[in-house]
Design a protein around this ligand. Sequence first.
Ligand code: FAD
Length: 453
Amino acid sequence: MYDLIVLGGGPGGYLAAERAGHAGLKTLLIEKRSIGGVCLNEGCIPSKTLLNSAKLYDHACHGEKYGVTTEGAAIDLPAVIKRKNKVVTKLVKGVEHTLKSCQVDIVKGEGRILGRQDGEMSVQVGDETYAARQLIIATGSQPIVPPIPGVKEGLETGDILTSREILDLETIPKKLVVIGGGVIGLEMAGFFQTIGADVTVVEMLGHIAGAADLEMAGLLQKAYEKQGITFYLNSRVTAVKNGKVEVLTGDQTLELEADKILLSTGRRAVTEGFGLDSLNVFVDRGRIVTDSQGRTNIPGVYAVGDVNGIWMLAHAAYREAEVCISTILGKKDRMRYEAMPSVVYTNPEMAFVGETEQTCKQKGIAYRKLMLPMSYSGRYLAENEDASGQIKLLVDPDGTRLLGCHLLGSYASEIILSAGMMIEREMSIEEIKELIFPHPTVSEIIREAVFKI
Ligand code: FAD
């Protein structure tokens, strides 16, 4: 009998198991594919490893602006993939080692929930059945496959790829069509355009980058267009056949040629096929409903990560896992989503936290905005010849409180944490002005901006 069974070994599941084991709970982690889940094996880490190679290649090709000339710079995609696999293996092994050192038992196999009796949950893996007083469901998410004619067949032949397969593609497609201009689609579009593909992005909405501030998403689109990526917004893929993507844009139907097609039309929580119904856990629109402690409607049953559909991000899963274990241990803790940072690892990077202009309008929050070129930062200018980055701050009308921070430019992913802390800790603008930023750093752009409010 275990104190806790965790179903699914992605960031939500493995961190919950790690924290539980560390706190002395007898813990079992069940994973059917590979520890680390989507994030380590086919998501965050592999994509960023590939993007790093693309960035190096881009620097090598365009070094002359900085007085550096290179001859014969080339991209060796199989070698890039090999390195990606090495990074993934190292990280997965590291997580497995940490779990073992926290005394977590790991069972590899598909778990099936059998039900709940006398306050105990039982889960079957193969011929074995395991029982525990607490169960955390961390089964994650999978790509949405829209019912577009030809898509199912394309996935079978390999002409259409999801984010999982494209991360292992060893030849550069001449023409890549990306269906869906959200975060994953944009990151992969940037990667393939940089290494030599001709990339077109088709997006149903009138803007790219999902929940990002519209103005910043527009700037990112412009930067991408300058790099050669073509966008069709307000456009719908109606069919895929014979290596062509049929797109309805306005009242026109286009046929886009493609050697490969990336399907990145979003992800859906995994709530079916593993016996969840045996517990009568409340599922709304395909997502497990939880409270701010990660509890479901069934006592002793929790859910963390993508499966709750709140923020499908690895760092959201991490924090939800910690809150969940605190709750199981009887410690006061709760999830707060107001200062959840989001990053798009494009080149330039885009990162944001807090309110966007759209969410302010939706919620009826009065705001003022301030935009400033990133070139106000000396380091940014030193490192960027095409200095098109921007910071955008949203503040309350009195200019006393930070509501949102949006960055487009290098290091945005690293800097956004500080803005998140300012929002999370409800720092006043006067308090932010007193903070000392290291010089010269791109993060100083926040300091520059708050003094202009
Ligand atoms: P997952 O990582 O999906 O893990 C769930 C695990 O459960 C899987 O390993 C699965 O095999 C296992 N499982 C499911 N059912 C069972 C069962 N019945 N029995 C046993 N095991 C089961 N997020 C970021 O924050 N930053 C990024 O840069 C980023 N980049 C991404 C890039 C790509 C290409 C993709 C696809 C995603 C990216 N994400 C990123 C999202 C991030 O990967 C997810 O938010 C995160 O992995 C969710 O963690 P999770 O633990 O909820 O689920």
